[in-house]
Design a protein around this ligand. Structure first.
Ligand code: SF4
Length: 477
């Protein structure tokens, strides 16, 4: 899923996982993180607790590489949390790799966060002015300092106090010496679910991680809810009043989550098929074949094919084993980055009128290369269809998008984008069409299409300005 979107300008956010009352909790957590690899490929960490002793394994790289020699099966303890992340301008360092572990009022604590705090810069400078020393460039660390400054020894109370001072998106798991605490921001931007595994529990960003470890989905952590899980069982507490309506990230359904996950109460594949059907109704094409930009657009393309009656074919084959960096031989020629990721199937494309379905267009430069690839493989006509409306605004709630001045949807009209891509026709699903694919359309954030941000963003962030040249945001992920 990732490489293409990195080329294109989307960066994944993060994935969190926790296991409680589960034998070999560290190994189970690593397995859960493996299923969440698509949410962040650059660094990963597991912290396990055994009788009050914390074991930390962290590394830069993929889950399979980092934990290969870590011998996690032999790390003792029935409590663990873990995290996958991608790097940002904040820097890909081990210090910035989560979970963050601290000594808190004499005991140990570890915390892993998926999301982005919109007032982190402000809170952090306030804390620094009053003497706090930060170890990382992550906004996540703000939580730990706010907890340390709270007047209570009870970790849950300190966490609630911290949560009341921050704004933005957070799905968090905290490891204490006796429990795991899961907390979700009042808007519910990012997913977080709880599963039952034997006599214990697991918590994960997506249900695909529950499936892999053999856990059964119990429910989601509700927006604003804090759940403590320890040997006594599971206790829920309302940390913050839930926002009404919720603001689930609609891009989790369009692209970020895996199609086999149940996210925000709906199977992702089903939502994407509905988007594809709607796209076909809104933007039909006289065509011979429908192809997807694999893998994230497969379900949308299938929906398009179902509704249009145009057959779905595998017109692009994705190479799954491409790392983020590769050596480009000098004679490899232009569009190498896209070619290394996708190979067009000439038999499917030659002489055909092709509908190519993608989930989104961010900068547009990679989509243009993809179109050239299809033409070189013999496509007679290319009709580009997009499963989201034009992305015109950056995200401040946990997805690292380029600034407005790089978003083609903010800079050009649809006709200009069509020309830029070099396609016969271009159609984006409408906002109403996209929302019609959701069961509860009111409960979704769609600020990247509208600029109507449901939670105030950092006024110092520069990503909004079309003219500005610098990137902003503290530790955005
Ligand atoms: S701005 Fe867009 S990407 Fe960000 S949370 Fe809202 S819907 Fe998701």
């Amino acid at each position: 899923m990732s490489g293409y979107h990195h080329l294109k300008g989307w960066n994944e956010e993060c994935g969190v996982f926790a296991a409680v009352g589960v034998p070999q909790a560290a190994a189970i957590t690593a397995l859960g993180l493996h299923a969440l690899q698509h949410r962040g490929q650059e660094a990963t960490g597991v912290v396990a607790c055994d009788n009050g002793r914390f074991h930390v394994v962290k590394g830069i790289g993929l889950v399979s590489d980092v934990y290969r020699d870590a011998d996690l099966e032999h790390v003792p303890g029935t409590l663990a949390i873990g995290h996958n992340r991608y790097s940002t301008a904040g820097g890909l360092t081990l210090e910035n790799t989560q979970p963050l572990r601290v000594v808190y009022r004499g005991g140990s604590l570890a915390l892993a966060h998926n999301g982005n705090l919109t007032n982190a810069r402000e809170v952090r400078s306030g804390l620094e002015e009053s003497g706090s020393i930060f170890q990382t460039t992550l906004d996540t660390e703000v939580f730990l300092h706010l907890m340390a400054l709270s007047g209570t020894d009870v970790v849950e109370d300190a966490l609630v106090e911290a949560a009341r001072q921050v704004q933005g998106a957070y799905s968090i798991v905290v490891l204490t010496e006796h429990s795991v605490i899961a907390l979700r921001d009042p808007h519910g931007f990012r997913p977080l679910c709880i599963g039952r595994l034997g006599d214990g529990y697991v918590v994960a960003s997506e249900t695909c991680a529950l499936d892999l470890v053999g856990a059964e989905l119990l429910r989601e952590v509700e927006p604003g809810e804090m759940v403590t899980i320890d040997p006594q069982g599971l206790r829920s507490r309302r940390a913050i009043a839930a926002a009404e309506p919720a603001q689930h990230c609609i891009f989790e359904h369009i692209y970020f989550s895996r199609p086999d996950s149940v996210v925000f109460g709906d199977t992702v594949d089903r939502v994407r098929r509905r988007i594809g059907r709607r796209l076909a109704e809104e933007h039909p094409a006289e065509a011979d074949v429908v192809i997807a930009v694999p893998d994230s657009s497969n379900s949308i393309a299938l929906g398009y094919a179902e509704a249009s009656g145009v057959p779905f074919e595998l017109g692009l084959i994705r190479n799954h084993y491409v790392g983020r960096t590769f050596i480009q031989p000098s004679q490899a020629g232009r569009d190498f980055g896209v070619r290394v990721k996708f190979n067009p199937v000439r038999e499917v494309l030659e002489g055909k009128r092709v509908v190519v379905v993608d989930d989104s267009i961010v900068r547009g430069t990679t989509s243009r290369k993809l179109v050239r690839l299809l033409r070189r493989a013999g496509a007679r006509e290319v009709h580009f269809r997009v499963g989201s409306p034009p992305v015109t605004h950056p995200c401040f709630y946990g997805i690292d998008t380029p600034s407005r001045r790089e978003l083609i949807g903010a800079l050009k009209t649809i006709e200009e984008i069509r020309e830029f891509l070099g396609v016969e026709s271009l159609g984006y699903v409408s906002i109403d069409g996209l929302l019609a694919a959701e069961r509860e359309p009111k409960r979704f954030c769609r600020a990247c299409f509208t600029g109507n941000y449901p939670v105030a963003i950092d006024p110092a962030a520069s990503k909004l300005g079309i003219e500005q040249q610098t990137r902003g945001g503290v530790g955005a992920r």
